[in-house]
Design a protein around this ligand. Structure first.
Ligand code: AMP
Length: 283
């Protein structure tokens, strides 16, 4: 098993990127929290296909977890991650310890407005502030030309794209489609928390999203569509719906009718595991 090279300090990743640039290579970047799976591999392959020097970061970012969330038990599998990165074509893994990213009390954060009002924003206060802060820090450390994100985290990708625009960050953000298990479950590092019964129930999430996308070709009323989505999810054994919403795909604001592209997005607890998924409708 060949492992992609790893560095753990900002100085080392900067030196490697400077060297790549000196060799005339552009830099592609995939930020992750590790426990990598085929969804991440697809992002690394997209970065590889873009050419140049491909950096993957593996960093479980403390500032995007709430006090009652799974930061301390989030899976950490660096050797397997490095193997997947090598296989998918990454040149370097940047896996800093928390103290390297947040050496002393940081007092500066990226504040997100409007785009965090719905979906995961209210359920996870401070989450997108933590995401934007760490992504901007990583962009400033790696200085990539291109960065690759997954549509599985629709709101995150939308917020990062907006941050790049609003703050004039010279990075091209691209979004890759959600990679799924054969039964439709969106791949997620958190799927490994699921017990057997929860795993068996989990594909119902994507089935419910496909159902609402089908119904949206005739029914345009969002309240009716959301009610159907919510009741279908609630009928899943062991499921507790955190949210099941249809919002404008660009502004992420509530809508009453589907007249332009919208996203149906859900967060569902199966036991203590919170899973998210989405489909775009009406485009
Ligand atoms: P994470 O490690 O979960 O923070 O995710 C790192 C990146 O991988 C984010 O841009 C995610 O949207 C993306 N990602 C996670 N799961 C998937 C998936 N199933 N398909 C595509 N991209 C994904």
């Amino acid at each position: 098993m060949t492992l992609a090279p790893v560095v753990t300090t900002i100085a080392e990743v900067r030196a490697a990127v400077t060297d790549a640039r000196r060799r005339g290579l552009a830099v592609g970047f995939v930020p992750t929290m590790g426990a990598l799976h085929e969804g991440h591999a697809a992002l690394v392959r997209a970065a590889r296909a873009g050419g140049g020097f491909v950096v993957v970061s593996v960093f479980v970012n403390p500032t995007q977890f709430g006090p009652k969330e799974d930061f301390s038990k989030y899976p950490r599998t660096l050797d397997a991650d490095r193997a997947l990165c090598h296989e998918a074509g990454a040149d370097l893994v940047f896996a800093p310890p928390a103290a390297e990213m947040y050496p002393e009390r940081s007092v500066t954060f990226v504040e997100v407005t409007e785009l965090d009002r719905e979906l995961c924003g209210p359920s996870r206060p401070g989450h997108f502030r933590g995401v934007c802060t760490v992504v901007l820090k990583l962009f400033n450390i790696v200085l990539p030309d291109r960065a690759h994100f997954g549509a599985k985290d629709f709101q995150q990708a939308r917020i990062v794209a907006q941050m790049v625009r609003d703050l004039n960050v010279p990075v091209e953000v691209t979004v890759e489609p959600t990679v799924r298990e054969a039964d439709g479950l969106a791949m997620s590092s958190r799927n490994r928390y699921l017990g057997a019964a929860e795993r068996a129930a989990a594909p119902a999430i994507y089935r419910a999203l496909l159902g609402v996308r089908d119904r949206a070709s005739g029914e345009r009323d969002v309240a009716a569509l959301e009610a159907g989505l919510r009741s279908e999810l609630a009928a899943t054994p062991g499921a507790r719906v955190d949210y099941a919403r249809i919002v404008d795909a660009e502004s992420l604001q509530p809508i009453t009718r589907i007249e332009r592209p919208a996203v149906a997005a859900v967060a569902v607890f199966l036991g203590t595991t919170r899973l998210i998924d989405n489909v775009v409708i009406g485009d």
